[in-house]
Design a protein. Structure first.
Length: 312
């Protein structure tokens, strides 16, 4: 973990957890274990084909327990990350606590946290053999560890949106929070104390793409949509000012507003920008033939009741 791993793709592909199973309500019945296990393996194999860089842990990923999740993590070509899950017996981290990546000389640190509040209590079978340490305590440790080694710190947060907001308000040293659990799309993500908070809907229906335009070494980023909005407002005011029908008092107000927007826009010049795009992953999108074969094989082995097997 102490060595920076170079990312030659120029892009990071990440997941924030609750990937492998449906929402947990009760232990999975024994007669469904084989199908559920094979589906989890199928998901990991698909992520391998897609070239994922890392996956954070959600509470539902523990639906078959600690041992299964550790076993399936070894099937992945990418690390499972968790900074606050520890083995109850040994006291050691259950998974890799963080990952370092380098893209075009830009050093990125990634770590992951899971909220203990998402478990139903001490008797929750998903917690068997696991200690979930307080996220706030771990955040401080991770930031201290990563800051000297990185230019950007990303948290894969399975804490829930309200906790993401609270964490950002502390100005913790993180630059981006990729959130999850509540399953909502943030198409215009908030930026709190220079921390971008992102989230996309759950169950693989959407993907969020974050693009960074870095013009300097300052740890501040603004949403490119802000610049476009200012430019649009200025253009509208220019058209209004060109109108001969408007009274002079009204034009004076428009000129004042235009000058204020121009001042704000000027302050953004040369600063670091980001854009966020929420992509709907629809059926008409091009399918990977290798992944499609894996899915067809799975459906043939475990047909859904009331549906016919795919033709051979």
């Amino acid at each position: 973990m102490k060595e920076i791993r170079e990312n030659k793709k120029g892009i990071l592909v990440l997941d924030v957890g609750d990937l492998l199973f449906k929402k947990f309500s009760n232990p999975i019945p024994e007669n469904e274990l084989n199908a559920v296990t094979q589906k989890a393996n199928l998901i990991i194999d698909s992520f391998n084909f897609m070239g994922y860089d890392a996956m954070g842990i959600g509470e539902d990923d523990l639906s078959l327990g600690k041992e299964f999740l550790v076993k399936v993590s070894k099937r992945a070509n990418f690390p499972f990350l968790s900074s606050n899950l520890f083995d109850e017996q040994t006291g050691k981290p259950l998974f890799q606590p963080y990952l370092l990546k380098e893209i075009n000389g830009f050093r990125i640190g990634i770590f992951s946290l899971l909220s203990p509040d998402f478990f139903s209590g001490p008797s929750d079978p998903r917690k068997k053999g696991i200690v979930v340490r307080p996220p706030i305590e771990i955040v401080q440790n991770m930031v201290r560890e990563l800051q000297p080694k990185t230019d950007l710190i990303i948290l894969l947060s399975h804490l829930g949106y309200p906790k993401d907001i609270e964490l950002a308000q502390t100005g913790s040293g993180i630059h981006c929070i990729f959130g999850s659990h509540l399953g909502m799309n943030l198409s215009n993500p908030p930026v709190i104390k220079n921390i971008i908070i992102l989230q996309t809907a759950s169950r693989g229906m959407y993907g969020g793409r974050l693009d960074l335009i870095l013009n300097n070494n300052e740890p501040t980023l603004y949403n490119s949509a802000t610049k476009r909005d200012l430019e649009n407002r200025i253009n509208i005011l220019q058209h209004q000012l060109a109108s001969a029908e408007a009274p002079e008092a009204q034009k004076a107000q428009w000129r004042e507003a235009r000058e204020e927007f121009e001042r704000i826009l000027k302050k953004l010049l040369g600063k670091n920008e980001f854009t966020i795009t929420i992509l709907s992953l629809q059926e008409q999108m091009k399918e990977d033939p290798d992944i499609k074969r894996l899915i067809e094989t799975y459906k043939a082995q475990f047909p859904v009741a009331g549906t016919s097997s795919p033709p051979k």
